[in-house]
Design a protein around this ligand. Structure first.
Ligand SMILES: [Zn+2]
Length: 81
């Protein structure tokens, strides 16, 4: 289902102390192991380990965080600010 195309992510958020973004392939949140935004920007990640409850398929989509991706405190709005 997912393509091999690497999609660009332009917005990073933070939840529970981890930086993350919404996967441009499946639309679900994914989180990065890095703690430094400068390490995340410009890096490529694969959205692995995510299985859609709807289809049972893994996402496995690749994305690249834009080198000038913005950071939004409310991207993952969990009311914990
Ligand atoms: Zn995904």
């Amino acid at each position: 289902m997912s393509t091999n195309e690497i999609l660009i992510v332009n917005k990073i958020g933070r939840a529970d102390g981890d930086y993350g973004c919404y996967c441009p392939h499946c639309g679900k949140p994914m989180f990065f192991s890095e703690d430094d935004l400068d390490d995340i920007r410009g890096s490529q990640y694969q959205h692995s380990r995510v299985i859609s409850l709807m289809t049972g398929e893994r996402c496995d989509g690749w994305l690249e965080v834009s080198a000038d991706a913005g950071f939004s405190r409310i991207l993952f709005d969990q009311g914990e600010e």
